[in-house]
Design a protein around this ligand. Sequence first.
Ligand code: SF4
Ligand code: SF4
Ligand code: SF4
Ligand code: FES
Length: 664
Amino acid sequence: MIGLTIDGRPIQAAAGTLVIDAARANGIEIPAFCYYKGLSLQAACRMCLVEVAGMPKLMTSCTLPVSEGMVVRTDTQQVAQARKYTLEFLLTNHPLDCPVCDKGGECELQDMVFRYGAGESRYSESKVHTPEKQFSPVVFYDAPRCILCFRCVRICDEGMGVKALGVINRGATSEIAPNHGDHLECDECGACIDICPVGALTSGAYRYQTRPWEMNHVGTVCAHCADGCTTTLGARNGRIVRGTNRDRSGINGEFLCVKGRYAFDFHDHPERLQSPLARRNGKLEEVSWSEALTAVAGKFKATLAAGGAFGVVGSNHTSNEENYYLQKFARQALKTNHIDHHRTGDVVALLDALSGKTGQLATAADLYERKAILIVGADLALEHPLLSFQIRANYRHHRARIYVVTPKPVREDDYAAAVVRGADYASLAEKLKAEPELAILFDDSVRGDGVRTLVEFGESLGIPVKYVCLVDYANSRGAIDMGVAPELLPGYRPSGQPGMRLDEIVAAELDVLWVVGANPLKSGAARKAGFMVVQDLFLTETAALADVVLPAASAYEKNGTVTNSTGEVQSLKRAVETMGAKTDLEIMGFLAREMGVAATLGPWSPAAVAKEIRESVPAYAGAPIPVEGRPAAVRSDHNGLFASGTLGRYSQVLKSVLESRQGR
Ligand code: SF4
Ligand code: SF4
Ligand code: SF4
Ligand code: FES
């Protein structure tokens, strides 16, 4: 540790710490525009100048490491004057259009001028004006507002690994420019927009929608992929207008991909179902909730009484509480074990192979810390953007060694220690044995015995190894954890009962098929069941063939929990409501009440079911799984950045990004 004083206060800081960080860690504010923790140093703005005893000039505290006995002052007249002059220069060409700027109210330049700046300008010259440019459906750039801090350039290069932004021209005409002529070809993640300290970069989804203080800010979990990013949704007048994670809560820090930041717009798509539908004379017609629930409960009861066969399909989007209650409903009230969901990774085989050693499941944080990482099969940057971001940051900050075994080139190739094109990870054995530790990520190309072979390979390396079985959707992992599978009860306890798996359920001539938040007939397959009820947000291919369709609330409209690829259980919080829709848990609860089985199934509030899960699902860590999984049923959708199953199809932002790429 190094001892120094800042503003007369004795401070201890680790060797190598920058003065700006040492000050901030001790509650002493030093303003900064270009400095951004986690990104490379730029020293472009001069906002962070401080006095250092013995130095003839003010020093940039964002580039100055602490040294023993250093005496720093951030509160002198000279420092205040320097900040004021810096701001005056920045405002020389600034349009000062705060009243109509998206950033107004949360703009770092506005805040700094309010605190340190001059209220008047000595410049009377004309300002350089250039018109606003649209770089992509998502990214707009207003050069006059830009203060050239290069945060956007660095986050795109270093954070995203995309390198889509650069700087052109010099001096007062310097501008940020996109990578392909006048437009961006990039991930459309919006990280550059969010990190911009001013309103120079604005988002196509949010601009001119609202002022920041007019929104309700609700912290929840992204509804799309299984990485499980926390997102803070900004809602106004019952609509979600923004997704960010600026408070760095959750496992993702500030990171969100295009889906988390913008593809919340499925929630108010004009085709959202807002009324139950029932088939009359061959056509689906709107009916009241009570008519629909009575019809479904009546059919369920009559089928039970007649000893008919039920099949139940659960969801990798609905909450843990909903999946838990659904399997309980199926098994206890409908007396069926024909229950399954679309499996996208062989989690069961991994937990089986690791029996008793489940400290070996890697978390998202592990991927930032682990000294070596082996990626098998997956194109992480497209299919698991957060995990890709974590691994990239690990490489950048800790020089982690990355090993890639994928069929096609992937972004991780750029900084990999070794790349194998294909599936032969065993050829890396000697290199991996030399590593101190390893995390292995694998997708659906490894399943069943393949997973056991992979774990045996990991064991044979003689180093500590952790694993991630990659799955596709926001609660893919939770669905299997909660026992939405014929062979497993919640917590991976074997059911001991025969039961059909998803493709068998869909192909069977059952009396009743109940589909909750899934689209198993998406391929155009014919419906075989005598009666089908579907709960969903949209009239999907499956819902269109149903006898009764019940409009369901999305993940952004409910409370509960979901579990991500890396096993983290996180809370969903309701941000908005859609008139006419109910949460899947409410729908199931009402059906249970209508059937007279509500008392057997227990209370159906998210909190009550979560309590039951905690009591009845022992943490699966350490619990052996003495059953065969269903590896043949595992099939990832391999959604890229601009796809997300049903939800992605109803996102206008994703659609507009895809359209903008057509013909290029
Ligand atoms: S949207 Fe994301 S990928 Fe595109 S330029 Fe901005 S930071 Fe780069
Ligand atoms: S666009 Fe924003 S983040 Fe990029 S250099 Fe300009 S002010 Fe900085
Ligand atoms: S990486 Fe996945 S969880 Fe995170 S924002 Fe993107 S889609 Fe959502
Ligand atoms: S923050 Fe130090 S020079 Fe910009």
